[in-house]
Design a protein around this ligand. Structure first.
Ligand SMILES: *Cc1c(COP(=O)(O)O)cnc(C)c1O
Length: 428
């Protein structure tokens, strides 16, 4: 059996047909924005390998830091022991984050960071004497990961988890904020959509531990950008009803939306923040859940005193060393300028797709470019056309999108946008 035959016979892939996985590329190497296939053909990784590789693949400074760490301490348990990479990464994160968020819990993946955040919220509410507050509210169109509780706050319809509906705890879903990023914000809650959150918290507030959402950019739930003012309203309503506010910046953290964090568009600070994906520059898995002092104190002063969570590979030193090097890259380079240039170029080069009859909308925010089609994109056509164009795109549902590494050159980005527009045209 060739590697591809073995793969098709024995390996599961994400959200891929079990028996007919469809075409698959065998990747043998990567450097910068480029992936190399076993047949020698190179493709631009326009997905940043699912939002992660913001500095490109195998960034020399990150590789060097990881190699040094491999030579001293690739792993050690975090119970009762600590190490410099965890501390250094903590220092970098605290310096990047807005004031108030300063208690960091490391875990191994984004979904787990969400589980930890939800647990923190429930434990905090118990500590405050609100043991009835065990439910969550969220907005439609969200995506928060694939583990069990995270799944319960993903969009129940367009999310990928409708199948499990009967087995999941029921949460409270609000309409997606309908005022888009860049549109005029109406102050009347009946018009701006905040009325629904106010009504929910008025009626069921005594059951709700927290409101969880992706600030400004909804990723895997639909690649949708909404008005930051919604978050300011949500912050005020949560405060008035003693509900915590959790932001999931696993996809948007570290510059992707044009600000260091998407919440910076709104200047709103949540009680709990989840980070992941680009945290290590896409070199190794790591996530973090960051809470305010008040949340940590609430849990710490409760009867339990401890947060009931502790992953085996918590704060893995190798992963933390990659995180330190990746954040240092961000601070050394002018990522804001890089992202702004990418945004501007995508605005210009994706615009021609607007006149295609098959296209519903084209939108760009930071280094995220989206062509939303009227109908579902055919994955087989997408796979073939993107491979032919030397650009790796993986559309889902009705969205052809890219979020390239910030280090992509203008010429390389032009290839990406041309491939996207061709793919949108090839779908009719
Ligand atoms: C990817 C993602 C997650 C889940 O992270 P994993 O590392 O895949 O578990 C959660 N929330 C958002 C917004 C994401 O984009």
């Amino acid at each position: 059996m060739t590697p591809l035959e073995f793969d098709a016979r024995h390996l599961w892939h994400p959200y891929t047909h079990v028996l007919e996985p469809g075409p698959m590329h065998l990747i043998t190497g990567a450097e910068g924005v480029w992936l190399t296939r076993d047949d020698g053909v190179k493709m631009i990784d326009a997905m940043s390998s699912w939002w992660c590789t913001v500095h490109g693949h195998r960034h020399p400074a990150i590789i060097e830091a990881m190699q040094r760490q491999l030579g001293t301490l690739p792993h050690v348990m975090f119970g009762g022991l600590t190490h410099k990479p965890a501390v250094e990464l903590g220092r970098s994160l605290i310096s990047l984050l807005p004031d108030g968020l300063d208690r960091i819990f490391y875990s191994d993946s984004g979904s787990v960071a969400i589980e930890v955040a939800l647990k923190m919220a429930v434990q905090y509410q118990i500590a405050k004497g609100y043991s009835e507050r065990s439910e969550f509210a969220t907005i439609r169109g969200g995506y928060h990961g694939d583990t069990w509780k995270a799944m319960s706050v993903c969009d129940p319809v367009n999310g990928m988890h409708g199948l499990f509906r009967g087995a999941l705890s029921i949460q409270h879903f609000l309409p997606r904020p309908h005022i888009q990023f860049g549109q005029e914000w109406p102050d009347d809650p009946a018009e701006n959509g905040l009325e629904a959150l106010a009504a929910l918290l008025d009626g069921k507030g005594d059951k709700i531990a927290a409101v969880i959402l992706e600030p400004v950019v909804q990723g895997a739930g639909g690649m949708y950008f909404y008005h930051p003012a919604w978050l300011r309203g949500a912050r005020a309503l949560c405060d008035a009803h003693d509900a915590l506010l959790i932001f999931d910046e696993i996809a948007t953290g570290f510059g992707r939306s044009g600000e260091m964090f998407a919440m910076d568009h709104a200047r709103v600070v949540p009680d709990i923040l989840c980070l992941g994906k680009a945290l290590t520059g896409g070199h190794i898995t790591l996530a973090a859940t960051v809470a305010t002092e008040a949340v940590a104190r609430g849990i710490g002063e409760s009867e339990a005193g401890v947060l009931m969570h502790g992953p085996t590979y918590m704060a893995n030193p190798l992963a933390c060393s990659a995180g330190v090097a990746s954040l240092s890259q961000l601070q050394q380079r002018n990522w804001r300028q890089e992202v702004a240039s990418i945004a501007q170029q995508m605005e210009t080069e994706l615009a021609p797709a607007r006149i295609l009859p098959s296209v519903a909308e084209v939108r760009v925010l930071g280094a995220i470019g989206v062509i939303e089609m009227r109908d579902r994109v055919d994955p087989a056509i997408a796979h073939r056309l993107s491979a032919e164009s030397g650009v790796w795109l993986r559309p889902f549902a009705r969205n052809i999108y890219c979020m390239p590494p910030y280090v992509i050159s203008p010429e390389e980005l032009s290839r990406v946008t041309a491939a996207m527009v061709a793919l949108a045209g090839g779908q009719q």
